[in-house]
Design a protein around this ligand. Structure first.
Ligand SMILES: *[C@@H]1O[C@H](CO)[C@@H](O)[C@H](O)[C@H]1NC(C)=O
Ligand SMILES: *[C@@H]1O[C@H](CO)[C@@H](O)[C@H](O)[C@H]1NC(C)=O
Ligand SMILES: *[C@@H]1O[C@H](CO)[C@@H](O)[C@H](O)[C@H]1NC(C)=O
Length: 163
């Protein structure tokens, strides 16, 4: 009985170790290991996900960041009325991430057509960059833009593993 318990405990430990290294192994092949690991380890689904599961978690992070950025844009309309034009353009672009890129990427990755998933993920970074440029160097969103570009690049690298 004791032996059986010990064996079962060892098996649990082995599973946990191999799952941890799945995130690490995958993240090693992305442009930013630490960002990748921190995003995936902070998510309860990360420890048991396969590669497409990891890609879906990161698409979810893109969605979360786009939502956060859109909220920030909405609050800036009042604080920085002089930026109205650029902010409006950014709203449009972040809505495109939420309403087009994210659902497209989720559907494509879930259905096993990663090429279209890659397109959606790349576009999220492109939209963020276009928003940033609209401020002509005086963007109040720079750090959110960089985060989106970085998550987009990390996610893209993982989606490419599915191709
Ligand atoms: C990785 O991302 C983190 C967090 O976004 C950032 O602080 C760091 O500079 C990046 N590292 C590299 C090597 O790009
Ligand atoms: C994004 O990545 C760049 C280059 O890898 C890094 O220098 C920067 O600190 C990162 N920024 C954010 C906000 O993650
Ligand atoms: C993201 O990847 C693109 C294309 O590889 C690269 O040009 C860009 O510098 C990367 N951006 C960041 C913030 O790492």
């Amino acid at each position: 009985m004791k032996k059986l318990m010990v064996m079962m405990m060892m098996m649990v430990v082995m599973v946990v170790v191999s799952e941890a290294s799945m995130v690490q192994q995958t993240c090693k092949e992305t442009p930013n290991f630490s960002l990748c690991v921190s995003l995936l380890d902070s998510d309860p689904r990360g420890s048991s996900a396969d590669t497409s599961g990891l890609a879906l978690i990161l698409v979810d992070k893109i969605k979360g960041l786009a939502t956060k950025t859109l909220n920030e844009i909405n609050s800036l309309y009042k604080k920085r009325p002089e930026l109205k034009g650029a902010l409006y353009e950014c709203s449009r672009r972040y809505k495109a991430i939420l309403n087009a890129d994210v659902p497209e990427a989720i559907e494509a990755i879930s259905k096993g057509v990663p090429k279209f998933g890659e397109d959606g993920v790349i576009d999220a970074g492109v939209e963020a960059s276009a928003c940033e440029r609209g401020f002509n160097g005086k963007s109040p969103l720079t750090s959110l833009t960089k985060s989106m570009q970085n998550i987009s690049n990390v996610t893209r690298a993982i989606v490419r593993m599915l191709l």
